[in-house]
Ligand binder design. Structure first.
Ligand code: AMP
Ligand code: FE
Ligand code: FE
Ligand code: ZN
Length: 307
């Protein structure tokens, strides 16, 4: 079974709508696709007011007219299951940022939603503040940046990158991050995040399965201390990613050793973002045993879509 459990759509910083993403995933021969947009649940919910189908509007797979969106995107090649998840931006000690994947939560319990509501508010303020700073030195306009954020989507630095690239300031997102959007840049503005312990607690309180994404991605300036894992496991951590393009061979080895030591579920993923990053769908996969562990522990269900 080919399972790619960690991808992003236009509901955060991916460039494919969920329908485009699922059509591409079925063509890439995947049987399970994790939809894990950042700090939001909008990609896991039907719209409150189901309107007429608009192919330009992102539509969650849970929406009534999603079948139309799939056909408009070219149609599924085979049956595919959506693994619902969210990637939560968290803080760890020593000013390390860490991303926590929460799979199969029951969002009606409200613990994760309280985090997302607060995260969305601080992200909007933070985007405005970074626009103010960057527009002093680079061609950048407030309306243009916001036009990169799809309706209801999570705003973030990748949307700033897209506007800067459009204006010719940088060649792609990676260059914009390397030069002006990274954490130590004078244009960087921090935002509120829950601690990793709060993220794990909220995920478990909602019946979700907490798996840390790319914990040792040193190249992106985020490397979690291996000494923290005893406490993380005690707090309820279920697993972590090993096979991810931001992990070097040594970082994969370290992650695998810790999974073994603490009996954690071992995962891998593409972390696909569409045109936003070079990551390709299916380039890393989740082992079937880990998938089965998530299905056993999680409080909600897969959504199966048929051609
Ligand atoms: P934010 O959550 O707004 O602080 O932005 C973080 C997001 O930017 C992450 O979720 C990544 O998808 C993306 N990102 C972080 N570092 C880079 C990088 N070096 N190149 C491209 N995208 C990046
Ligand atoms: Fe992202
Ligand atoms: Fe991430
Ligand atoms: Zn991700």
């Amino acid at each position: 079974m080919r399972i790619d459990p960690h991808t992003h759509s236009t509901f955060s910083d991916g460039t494919d709508t969920p329908a485009e993403l699922l059509v591409k995933a079925s063509r890439a021969g995947l049987q399970v696709l994790g939809l894990t947009d950042h700090d939001t649940s909008v990609h896991l919910q039907a719209p409150a007011t189901p309107g007429a189908f608009d192919p330009a509007r992102p539509l969650s797979p849970w929406a009534e007219n999603f079948g139309q969106a799939l056909r408009a995107a070219g149609g599924l090649q085979a049956e595919i299951a959506v693994l619902p998840g969210v990637e939560i931006s968290c803080d760890a000690p020593a000013e390390v940022g860490v991303h926590l994947l929460a799979y199969l939560p029951d969002l009606s319990r409200g613990h994760l939603q309280a985090i997302f509501d607060r995260a969305q508010e601080t992200r909007r303020e933070r985007l405005e503040a970074m626009i103010d700073l960057l527009s002093r030195d680079f061609p950048l306009h407030r309306e243009q940046v916001w036009s990169k954020v799809a309706p209801g989507a999570t705003p973030g630095r990748p949307h700033l990158a897209d506007a800067l690239v459009e204006n010719g300031a940088f060649v792609d997102r990676s260059q914009a991050f390397a030069q002006v959007l990274h954490k130590r840049s004078s244009y960087y503005v921090p935002r509120w995040s829950p601690t990793i312990f709060e993220g794990i607690a909220a995920t478990r309180a909602d019946g979700g399965v907490p798996i840390i994404a790319h914990p040792f991605a040193a190249r992106k300036g985020n490397k979690l201390s291996p000494d923290l894992f005893g406490d993380l496991v005690e707090a309820g951590l279920a697993g972590m990613e090993i096979w991810h393009r931001d992990h070097s061979a040594e970082e994969r080895q370290l992650a695998a050793q810790l999974c073994e030591k603490y009996g954690l579920l071992a995962s891998g993923s593409s972390d696909y973002h569409g045109r936003g990053k070079p990551n390709e769908l299916g380039e890393n996969l989740m082992p079937q045993a880990t998938f089965e562990g998530i299905l056993t522990q999680g409080a909600s269900s897969l959504l199966t879509l048929r051609p």
